[in-house]
Design a protein around this ligand. Structure first.
Ligand code: ZN
Length: 150
């Protein structure tokens, strides 16, 4: 797991400093707001579809380094994917950060998302890491109310 720990430090620092897909989207097909009251993370996610495919994804808002890095990596991973793949990654991601599955067994599918397995060691930060995913999942499935981790 040392590799995962190093990757974790690296991607969190990098994506927090230079978040990808960090902008609003005026013509989004779906948008969803998400809050993590425990930490103060607050983001809005935007999705645009081309048929079954997520053609564009972006986010705006503010929060801690973990939530921002998680949002940034999620957007980078989801751009161009179809809905089923997005749902699958949602399941995998929420399972690795809660320590339910071994990320090393799913490295191919997870790619750099595997780094977030490091979060499992810090239970208080799990909600920071999963907030973007729960919010995106809400946007993908047309939830009307905003998403809260509480
Ligand atoms: Zn946070």
């Amino acid at each position: 797991m040392d590799e995962i720990r190093e990757l974790y430090q690296e991607v969190i620092l990098d994506h927090n400093k230079n978040p990808h897909h960090f902008h609003t989207m005026d013509d989004a097909d779906s948008r969803q707001e998400g809050f993590n009251p425990l930490c103060g993370d607050h983001y809005t996610f935007y999705l645009k579809f081309d048929g079954d495919r997520i053609s564009e994804v972006s986010f705006e808002g503010s929060g801690c380094a973990i939530s921002k890095a998680s949002a940034s990596m999620m957007c980078a991973q989801l751009a161009g994917k179809d809905r089923a793949t997005a749902d699958r990654l949602f399941e995998l991601f929420t399972s690795i950060v809660t320590g339910k599955i071994d990320p090393l067994e799913h490295l191919e599918e997870l790619g750099k998302l595997a780094a977030f397995a490091g979060v499992a060691e810090f239970p208080i930060r799990v909600k920071c890491a999963t907030l973007p995913w729960h919010t995106m999942h809400g946007a993908l499935h047309g939830e009307n109310s905003s998403i809260s981790t509480e």
